[in-house]
Structures are given as C-alpha cells and as structure tokens.
Design a protein around this ligand. Sequence first.
Ligand code: AMP
Ligand code: ZN
Length: 462
Amino acid sequence: MDIYLYNTLTKKKEQFIPLNPKEVKIYSCGPTVYKDATIGNMRTNIFQDILRRVLKYNGYKIKHVMNITDVGHLVSDADEGEDKMLKSAREENKTPQEIAEHYTKLFFEDLKSLNIETPEIICKATEHIPEMIEYVKKLIENGYAYETSTAIYFDVSKLDKYGILSGINLEEQKAGARVEVDKEKKNPYDFALWIKAPQNHIMKWDSPWGKCYPGWHIECSAMGQKYLGEQFDIHTGGIDLIPTHHENEIAQSKGACGKIPARYWMHGEYLLINGGKMSKSLGNVYLLKDIIQKGYNPLVYKLFSYSCHYRNKLNFTWEGIEATSKSLERLKDGYQKHLEGTDNVEEDVINVYEEKFHKAINDDLNMPLAMGTVWEVVRETRKSPKFAQLLLKFDTVLGLKIDEKEEKNNTQIPEEIIKLAEKRQQARQEKNWAESDKIREEIAQKGYTIEDTKDGYKLNKK
Ligand code: AMP
Ligand code: ZN
C-alpha cells in the first residue's frame, strides 16, 4: 500500500518513495542533554517512533540515526549566549560530562517507559569532532565559509537560495535585521560553524583554527553524512527546528556536496499545557515522571498523544490523562475479551479492518483515524481470538503493550499520598482512630483508597 507523508520542504503530502526500496534512512535531531526532557519533548519522540513503526509495518528495514547534543547548543539558536551544557554544569556544580551522562540516561529511561524504539545509531557530538572539522574544511574549500576573529561562519549569500524550508525572504528581513554581536559577520544570517573558544572555556578541541568548539548545526550535518551518506530519506524534528537549525543543515549540505541532505522533512507540532505554553515561570513544566508519580502507566501519555495528528497542536490536561487512562484499560480489556472469545469470524471481516487501519497510518501517520478502527475492533460484539491477533498486529504500531495486564503498585502512588498513608499508620499505632479516619478521608478525596493489611497498608487509585 502506498505511503503518503507531509513534506515540509514542498509543503505537500507526497507519496513516500525511499532511495533504497528495502531500507529507509532517517535522521532525527536528538536532545540537548542539559536538563530533564519534558512531556513536550516526548511528544516529538513519540511522533518519530510512530514514523519508524509505520514504515516497519509496511515491510521496510530502518536505519535511524539520532544524535545527542552534548556540546555547542548555545542558549539562543542564533549563535548567542552561553553553551547550554556549560550553563547547566555551572548551575548544578558538575562537569559538562557529568551533566551529559545524567540527562542522557534519564532521556533513555523516558523512551523506555514510553516503549519508544531506540534508533539503530545513537551518536554523541563530542565523539565526532574530527568529522566536523573535515566538514568545516570542505565548506571553506568550496568557498561557503570564512574565518573571523571569533568563529568560522557560513556565508549564506553564496547559496542560490537560503530559507527553502521556512520560506524566509532574506531581502525583506535585511531591513529589520538585528544588531550583530559579531561585527565581522558578512551577512546577518551567516551562522557559526566553528567557534573560537575563550581562554577559560571548558569544552574545546584543537583544530586548524585554534582551540574551538562546534556550532550546533554542523554536528547534525557531519553525523548525518557519516552514518547515512550525502543524501538520505527522512529528516525529523520538532517544528521549532525549521527556521534555524534545519535551514542551516540544508545550507551546510548544499555548500559541502550540493545536495539537500534529506528528501522528506517531517516536523512534529507542539504540546500545549491547558491551552498555553509550557514554561518554568508558569510552573507547568511536566515530566513523564510526574505522570508516573500520579499513578498512571506512562503509556497512557502515548495513547493520549494519538488523540491528535502529529501536525496539530495537542493540548495536555490532567483530565485528558485521567480519561485516557480509562481508555487504555478498556483497550486491554477488549483485547482479553477477544482472546477468550469463541465466535466465528470470516477472514474478510478481519481484512476490511486491517485495510482501514493500514490506510489511516499510511496517510501521513493519521493516528486519530487509525484509533477509530482500533476501537471498532475492540467494540465488536462477536468475540474472537482473530480480533485479538489483529489488535496485536495494530499494537506493533501503537506500542501500547495491550497484552500486558495492568499492574497497580505502590511505586506509582504519589509521594504526597504515601506520606499521608505513613502518617495514618502512625496514628493507628497510637490508637488515634479519629486522626486515622480523618487521614483516610483525605486520601479518598485525593482519589486513592487505603486498605489495612497484615503487613501495613495497601494503596490503590480509585
Ligand atoms: P528543548 O529542550 O526546548 O531544546 O527542546 C528539544 C526539542 O524538543 C525541541 O527542538 C522541540 O523539537 C521539542 N520540543 C520542545 N518542547 C516541545 C513541546 N512543548 N511540544 C513538542 N515538542 C517540543
Ligand atoms: Zn539537528
């Protein structure tokens, strides 16, 4: 069955035809490992996981590369401010390596909790410095880069067109161009490939231009080319990467080898919180850990994200998570009921559902539509293991582990509730039954039940 994907480059849904008919090559811009990944970051990772799984459903092998940015991503994407890794290291009183290790580990734990497949190749920027130096050399040789006293810059005026992904018009932008930090830059949109490190800068490497550190964009171009070649099939990332990071990757690749690195560019939209931005100042930055601590299976968040197409904004609410938690239970229950069923179902019926699901996922990963078919199968009044098998097949895309029974345990109960339970235990030991009853009521109001057992107590979500 044909696959259609929306390509940011052409702004159209296009039939997907890989360069190699058997293996699809994908590059995803990975995390900058200087802080906890939020559920917003995870939305982008879920979208990328769905892409992989859909391609596999269609019989393709995948070679998927994801980088880990552990140097060079400055506070502003436009080459300004401090390196995010160094800032975080300073604030947490750790070395940049410790920061990178810590947040990389947490990032992969989140992927595992969400049953997101690990890309075939994970590559760290700091382990690819020689490849980046070669790339910068090539850009200088080809006349696309120049040196100033602070950096090696890419000269955007040398390109036939800069801005093909975001549709930016440089002529129009020039009038309102901001005041440049580096007066030696030839054009406002020139960006740093390689930055000369000040004396006291911790992360720096020897290079033909002295002790330097890489710009963020060159990392992806150098690693993409190393593992996937000059041109590959799909490049993915969050929507915010379009105007600067991906535009600059395209510029670098055109300068180095005359090609746009990927044929299809796919971008995931943002997750909103209660209709607005997630931000520290609003105190609404949620991590996957917060969902788990409230007692939810993390896969509830994955299912929640299927309620919206990846190119639309998704609004996160705790009510939505609560409702989706019940949906996940119903889905698992529906699978079990079919598994135990004995009704007879013709192959044709199965095929019709399968085709509907397949068509939906092949239509630019239309998960809300695909879920419609999943629910139709769950709700079938005839109960048959054939439907259970079909749901398992769908689950190779959904990745919701529908055949695993839900376990409720104390590790998923929030700290706050556990503390109340401990306090109640203390009151019981002191035979303060009034206090114990009061706390039980408080726990109930917060959505949990507490049973007394011979070993102490057992908490459950209501
Ligand atoms: P950041 O940690 O803000 O640098 O984000 C890393 C990447 O995660 C970004 O480049 C985005 O592509 C993605 N991302 C960040 N916030 C969100 C969000 N609220 N929704 C979806 N994706 C996001
Ligand atoms: Zn990138």
